[in-house]
Design a protein around this ligand. Structure first.
Ligand SMILES: NC(=O)c1ccc[n+]([C@@H]2O[C@H](COP(=O)([O-])OP(=O)(O)OC[C@H]3O[C@@H](n4cnc5c(N)ncnc54)[C@H](OP(=O)(O)O)[C@@H]3O)[C@@H](O)[C@H]2O)c1
Length: 320
């Protein structure tokens, strides 16, 4: 992989974010010339800013990892902001990429784009098999539009791009802010705080039965860069995940073990569960990446995450 990236000019939108930082670290290590447009300098919702970014920093590969999103709360309180920011940012970046003759766009998508009412291992072909889940439609659909735009821009302008569909990430650098955090970060914070407070118990919502998939952020960054190097089909998205389903109960119990918290785990079954199973099919990913599978198992990934969180609690709790 080193050879491919050496001296490549790579722009990473969202490069200062949770995933983006891990991408940038790897790219720099492999000799790429990386540019990260920050929102304060290049608000990518404006076409002018996208043009300015790509004209001032022409690139061989544009990794679009910027997004405005969060957990269920922000989907309820800011549906219009999620919709507008992500839709317009993606549309304008693609347009600027073709106008500036950018080599290849790597669009970072999300499993929230999959039909919300399909269960089981989700294949790339299933992307259009039904509507997004109502709770994430304003975010999921805008990311899905990037897959449509990739096909249209390839057909009409010959712009090379790929669309990568990511499952849930966790790991060092995530947001642990309750307004924003996802399930792993929320559980890690709860347990670490319960342990520090010597609390007798910790409450978790639901029955713990739903099955979800979690990929360690560093594994995900590796897979994205391998896919950027080897995958070129603008007409077919590519899933990035582990293919391994984990129940919320198993996740919670593993966090419990890893933090060393000895209090009781209490399930609040009055709270809703959500879809029963949501796991990506990774057959295409494994084929494209010559047998690659995510090397970090959940327990090891959580141990690294908890250690990082303990060392960076203040910064992690404040991160949007
Ligand atoms: N985390 C997950 O579990 C997960 C799962 C599936 C898919 N994804 C996707 O993976 C990507 C990275 O997610 P993440 O968790 O790393 O996100 P994050 O930590 O929230 O970082 C997002 C970045 O986007 C940038 N951004 C937002 N609005 C912008 C704007 N208007 N103009 C320019 N930049 C803007 C921000 O830049 P500044 O720092 O300069 O403000 C921020 O650093 C996203 O596309 C997300 O949809 C994430």
């Amino acid at each position: 992989m080193q050879g491919f990236w050496a001296d490549k000019r790579v722009t990473v939108t969202g490069g200062a974010g949770f995933l983006g930082k891990h991408l940038v670290k790897r790219l720099e290590r492999m000799g790429a010339k990386v540019f990260v447009p920050r929102r304060a300098d290049y608000n990518l919702t404006a076409l002018d800013a996208c043009m300015k970014c790509l004209l001032e920093h022409p690139c061989d590969i544009l990794i679009h990892a910027a997004a405005y999103y969060g957990g269920i709360g922000i989907n309820v309180t800011q549906p219009a902001s999620l919709y507008y920011t992500n839709l317009v940012m993606g549309a304008n970046l693609f347009e600027a990429a073709r106008l500036t003759k950018t080599g290849k766009v790597v669009a970072i998508g999300t499993a929230c784009s999959y039909p919300g009412y399909l269960e089981g291992h989700l294949k790339e072909e299933d992307l259009w098999a039904g509507p997004c889940h109502a709770s994430v439609v304003n975010y999921g659909l805008t990311k899905k539009m990037l897959a449509v735009q990739a096909q249209a821009y390839k057909r009409q302008y010959g712009l090379d791009s790929i669309h990568l569909i990511l499952t849930n990430l966790y790991g060092p650098g995530d947001s642990y802010n309750p307004e924003r955090s996802h399930v792993v970060a929320a559980l890690v914070r709860k347990w670490v705080e319960a342990e520090a407070a010597q609390a007798p118990s910790v409450e978790v919502w639901g029955t713990g039965k739903p099955i979800r998939e979690f990929i360690y952020v560093e594994d995900c960054a590796d897979a994205i860069l391998l896919a950027a190097e080897r995958y070129n089909d603008a007409t077919m998205p590519l899933n990035i995940g582990t293919g391994v389903g984990t129940s919320i109960r198993e996740l919670a119990e593993t966090v419990h073990d890893v933090t060393g918290f000895r209090g009781k785990l209490v399930w609040n079954t009055d709270k809703p569960d959500g879809a029963l199973m949501k796991v990506l099919d990774v057959a295409r990913l494994t084929a494209v990446l010559d047998g690659w599978t995510a090397p970090t198992n959940l327990r090891d990934g959580l141990a690294k995450t908890v250690a990082w969180y303990r060392a960076h609690k203040e910064e992690a709790d404040a991160k949007w």
